[in-house]
Design a binder for this molecule. Sequence first.
Ligand code: URA
Length: 240
Amino acid sequence: MKERLDKFIASQTALSRRDAGKAIRDKRVTVNEIVCRAVDTKVDPENDLVALDGQALTYRRHVYYMLNKPAGVVSATEDSREKTVLDLLPPQYRRSGIFPAGRLDKDTTGLLILTDDGDYAHRMLSPKKHVDKTYIATLDREPDVDIAEAFAKGITLADGTVCQQGQAVCLGNHRAEVTIREGKYHQVKRMFAALGYKVVALERIRIGALSLDKMLKKGELRPLTEAETPLVFDRYVKKS
Ligand code: URA
């Protein structure tokens, strides 16, 4: 489907629509290697070669990034006081419409997906889709082995909320690996609180089949690979 040139550039770069229009009028944009000065030129994103300042724009309908979230940033698109996960995006990865797919608490670290694909986020997050999320919780004391049974049965939170069944495995050094399917507010912390433990650190290491890349330092992110987003790529990428 054809799109207006200024809109297309704004969707593929960090430029606003207005700045994209200015870049076009300033002769910084070529379409199929010819300078194009009309902002309302129609381009075919799949077939036309659009370049800004001599750099070809690789057309991506959507973007998917894996972030190793550090502590101290909030899982939001904007916040008047706090640094957000979007502030961690390097300039080359910025474009409009990116949001965190799900939330981690400000002090929780680890795997968070940033995307501009609402369908993908919904499929990953909806409790009906049964996507497991795995965390390493560091507790204020060594957990008893019977936490495994408590998680397997389903824990009732202090306010009476009954959680779905989950899994917990003791790892030593005050740590436990827990897997849950829901994403209630502060859920892991509240589940452990119901068992008499305080979570002193929490890291998400897996969502479904997607594991946190151990090479990513805290605060770093990278695009998901094709292997990491099979459903998405089946849907969106043209097979040659
Ligand atoms: N459970 C929590 O308590 N906090 C998180 O950030 C994620 C899951």
